[in-house]
Design a binder for this molecule. Structure first.
Ligand SMILES: [Cu+2]
Length: 174
């Protein structure tokens, strides 16, 4: 048994329909590549990339202070915090909950500070499907203006252990 020696000039240039399809695929690749930076600057659902270094313990303190000062109720034992319009809101991602529940007003703008206390979590706002990374050590600030009323669910979309699927939070918009 022996292997056949490969043909020396195995390459034949694409021609006809093959050439056309490769050209179209390549063109689409360029379009998609250009759309990434385009939507980064023109899209209305992107992070501006504003982030600060923060120790998890310091972030916990700020978030607890925020939740206590703005508490307007409770939902399943979790405080509901209503930040002042135009003000700062804090949200902690940790194994395995989002703290606190936020109550926001439609049309008002907030600065939402997102951070994790233990490991990487994923902030995924449903049913809008807006997704942001939540990392310990980083205070990620999102400028947020709710455009519709309702109850929005935050799920964690970065696997974070045994209780990952129970990590569900709420944002209420009135
Ligand atoms: Cu998580």
């Amino acid at each position: 048994m022996s292997l056949a020696v490969p043909q020396r000039d195995w390459y034949t240039a694409p021609a006809g329909a093959e050439k056309l399809w490769i050209g179209l695929a390549l063109l689409w690749c360029f379009v998609m590549s250009v759309m990434m930076p385009f939507w980064h600057f023109r899209g209305k659902q992107n992070s501006r990339g504003e982030a600060y270094a923060v120790q998890p313990a310091a972030f916990l303190e700020r978030a607890e202070k925020f939740a206590a000062a703005n508490k307007v109720g409770e939902l399943n034992g979790m405080p509901i915090a209503e930040p002042a319009p135009g003000g700062d809101a804090y949200l902690i991602g940790r194994m395995w909950s989002w703290y606190p529940v936020l109550k926001l007003r439609q049309g008002e703008t907030y600065r939402l500070h997102l951070s994790a206390l233990d490991l990487q979590h994923g902030f995924s706002l449903q049913p809008l499907n807006m997704n942001f990374q939540v990392l310990p050590g980083y205070d990620h600030v999102l400028t947020l203006t709710p455009t519709s009323k309702g109850e929005f669910t935050i799920v964690c979309n970065e696997f974070c252990g045994i209780g990952h699927d129970k990590m569900i939070g709420k944002i209420l918009v009135e």
